[in-house]
Design a protein around this ligand. Sequence first.
Ligand SMILES: Nc1nc2c(ncn2[C@@H]2O[C@@H]3COP(=O)(O)O[C@H]4[C@@H](O)[C@H](n5cnc6c(=O)[nH]c(N)nc65)O[C@@H]4COP(=O)(O)O[C@H]3[C@H]2O)c(=O)[nH]1
Length: 878
Amino acid sequence: MTFPYRHGASPGQPRQPEGPSTNELNEDIDNLARELGLDREEVDARKAFLELGEADVEALRDVHDLLECHRDVFTDRFYAHLLAFPQLRAMLGGDTEARLRQVQASYFSSLTAGEYGQDYIRERLRVGVAHQRIGLDPKWYIGAYRKYLAELQEMLWRRLQHQPGRFHAACDALLKIVCFDMGLALDTYAHASQRSLVQNQNYLEQVIDGMPAGLVVVDAGLRACSMNRMMAELLGVPDGLLDEQGLALEELIPCPDLARHAAEALASGAPHDNVLVTLDSRADGVRYVDFNIRRTRKDGAPILLLIGQDITFRRKARLRLQESEEFFRLTFNQAAVGIVLLGSDGRVLRTNSKMSHILGYSEIELLQRFFQQLTCEADLPDELALIRRLKAGEISDYQREKRLIRRDGVLVWVSVNVSSMRDANGNQRFICVIKDISRQKQAEEALLRMANHDALTGLPNRVLMQDRLGQAIMHAHRNGRQVALMFIDLDRFKHVNDSLGHDAGDALIVEIARRLSSSLRESDTVARQGGDEFVVVLPDLASEEDASTVACKLLENLFQPITLCGQEVFPSGSIGIAMYPRDGEDSATLLKCADSAMYGSKGQGGNHYSFYTAEMGEQAYEHLRMEGALQRALQRGEFLLHYQPVVDIGSGRVTGVEALLRWQPQDRGMVSPAEFIPLAEETGLIVPIGDWVLQTAMRQQVAWRQAGLPLVRISVNLSARQFLGQDVAQRVAGLLAQTGCDPSWLTLEITESVLMENPVAATETMGRLAEMGVQLAIDDFGTGYSSLASLKRFPIHSLKIDRSFVMDLTQDADDAAIVNAVIALAHSMKLNVIAEGVETTEQLAFLQEHGCDQMQGYCFSRPVAPERIEAMLRRESA
Ligand SMILES: Nc1nc2c(ncn2[C@@H]2O[C@@H]3COP(=O)(O)O[C@H]4[C@@H](O)[C@H](n5cnc6c(=O)[nH]c(N)nc65)O[C@@H]4COP(=O)(O)O[C@H]3[C@H]2O)c(=O)[nH]1
C-alpha cells in the first residue's frame, strides 16, 4: 500500500522547504535494504513465514483483472475515507491530490499484479521511507491497510461469492501480501527510528565536541567521567585522558573553589554560575575559565555538567581596557595641558586638574559652566563660528589662540585644539585641548616691545616712530591736515657723558624722555632715535603755529635743572621741525628736513627751534658732499701741512713751528681748515686725519734733524674728539715709536674749551702725554673762561694767547689788560707764553715790553710749506 503524500510535507506540520532528491532517495533505499538485510534469502524467509507462496501469487493474479476495473472507484472511496481525517487531509489535499491519486492507483494495480520481487520490495521501502520522513505515524498506516483489505474483500465477495474457493484463496493471498508489505513498512519505520537515535547521539556528541565551551561530566563521587575536546584543550591534557574510572575533579582541575561549588551543586541541585578558574599550568600562558555547574541525572544517578567558557581573551581584553582606562584617567588628570569635554551646547562635561589650574575654578565649578562663559567676549564670535562649522561637519577640528576668563576675571591666553567626536549614544561632543600660552604671549609682546621700543627710556624706537609717522601722514593726507616732525638733539650731552660718566648720561636721557613725553598729548609720538637724539611726531595739526607752540613748550620743559652726581645741570635741546606736506611727503624726506633744521638750531647756539627752510637743505647737501670729499681726500692724499714759525720775542729767532693742516682738492683751490675741521670733527673723520697730521709732523721733525737743521719744536693741534677719545696717549706713543720723533721737541695744542669740557679726563690724558715727554700747550687761551686756578691742575708748559686779544691790543685797553694779566699769570706759574696772530710791530712791541716769551703771526711769517721753513732754518743757522 502506498500512502498518498505530498513530497516534503508532513501532516499537521508546516511545509518543509525542500525534500530529498530522487537520487538521494534511491541511495537511501539501497542503504536501507542493505541495512535491513533484505537479500533474496531474507525475502524468501519472510515470504515463507507468511506462507506466501506461488499459489498465492497465482490467486492474486487470478483476481487482478476482476479488481482492476474497480480501481478508480476504489481509489475514490479510499480517498474519501482518508480525507475524512483532518490530519490526513492536511497531507493529501491541495494541488497534488491528482498525482497522489495516481500513485495510489498504481499501488492498487501492483498489489495483485503478481510481481513481488526486488522492484516491488524497493517500491515498498521507498514508500515506507517517505512516510517515515513525513512523520506519518504507523497507526495511520495500519488503519489504511485495514481499509484496503476490507474494501478489497468486499469487492471480491461481490464478484466471487459464488466461487468460495477463489474468493478465499484471493483473500488469503491478499492478507499475506498486505502483511508482507506491512512488515516491510514497519521495518522501515523501526530502522529509521533507530538510525535517527544513533544519528541524534552522534549529532549530540558532535555538538558537544564542537561547542566552543568545555564540558566535564562529573559523577556523584565528584569524579570527572568524561569531557569534550574543548575542555581537554583548555586543560591542556590529552583528549582520551579520562578512562572508565575517571579522575577526581580536583585532580583534573586543581581548583578547590570549583570543587567546593561542584559539591554544593551536587548536594543542593542549585545551579552555580560564574565560578572563575585560573589555569596556570599551560605552557602557553594562563587561561581563565568561567564555569557554570548544572546537576542532572544519568541512569538514575545524579551527575554534574561543568560547562567552562574560555574567557581568557575577554578577561585580558577587559584588563587591557581597565589598564587603558586607568592610563587615560591618569593621563587626562595629570596632563600638562588642560583637557575639556564639551557637550554640543557648550556645557563642560568633563575636565582635568590642569584646566582648573589654568582657570582657577574647581572641577565642580567648571562642570557647572558653558565654554561660552569662559571665553573672552571679543574672541567669542570667531569661536562660535568655528563650532558651527564643526557641527555642520565642514571641518573635523580646529586650532586657534584665544583668551579665556579666569575665575578672578583676568584674561589668560591659551592655544586651543578642538575636535569633534561622538559618544557611545551618538551625541556630538567636542574635545578641547588647552595650553596656557600666556608666558609665550608675554615673551612675544616683550619681543615686539623690544623690537619697537628703546630699552633705556621705553620710548618707541626708530622703527615704531617710522610706522607712526607713516600713519600720521596717511591720516593727514586723507583729512587735509598737517604733520610736524621734530628732530631734537640735546645740547652738550657729550659733555655730561664724558665729565659725569655714562650712568649720569643715561639718567639725563631718561629724564629728558620723561619731560618730552609729559609735554605731549597721547596721540603724539616721542621716539628715541639713538644717543641724545629724539624725534617727535605731531599728527593732525591745523597749522605751523601749533608746532611752534609745542616746540616752545618742549624747550621750556627741557630747560629745568636736574641734579646729576651732585652737580646741577640745565639740559637744553636743539629742535628742527619739518612739516608735512610743505617740506616733504614721505617719512624719509621729512626726517632729512627735520635733521637739517636741527643743525640750524644748533648753529644758533642750541636751546632753539627752527623750521626747515630750503637753504638748510642746501647746507645739509653741502655737508654731505664735503663729508664724502673729505673721505676721498684722505685716500687720495689731498692733505698737506704748512708750518708757521714760532719766534722767540727776545732774540727774534725761530724756536718752533706750528703745523697747520691744508686741503688741496684736485678740482679746486686750497680749502681752509676752519671750513672742514668742524665737519671732520662731527663725522669722526678727524681721528684718521689727526693721525695723519701727527705722523706727518713727526716725520718732518725727524727729516729736519736728519738734514742737519737746528732742532725746532713742532706744535700740532689736537681736536676735541681726538683729545677726548679713549686712546689718544696710546696713539701718540705708537706714532712716536713709529717715526722716531723726539717727544721733548713735540708740543700738542689743546684748546681751552676742550680742556674745560671734561677737566677730569683731560687731566688724566695730559698726565699720560706729559709722562712720555711730550709738551702741552693751551691754545686760544682766554676764550674758554677757565678759572686760572684750574690751570694748576694741568701738566702744561705753554699758554697761547688767543688771536682775538692780540688783534686789538694796541687799541683796546681791556684786551691789553687781559694780555698783560695772562702773561703775568703764566710767568707766576712758570709757564711759557706765546702770542698768536701778531700782525703789527706795535703789537710786537707791546708783547715785548710786557715780557711775552714767544709769538707767531703774519708780522713774521704766514704758515708756509715745509721747504720755506727749511730755508728759514738754514739761513738762521748759517
Ligand atoms: N689773521 C691772522 N691769522 C693768523 C695769523 N697768524 C696765524 N694765523 C692763523 O691763525 C690760525 C692759528 O691756528 P689755530 O688758532 O690753532 O686755529 C686753527 C686750528 O684750530 C685749526 N687747525 C689747523 N690745522 C689743524 C690741525 O692740523 N689739526 C686740528 N685739529 N686743527 C687744525 O684750524 C684753525 C685755523 O687754521 P688756519 O686757517 O691755518 O689759521 C691759523 C693761522 O693761519 C695772523 O697774524 N693774522
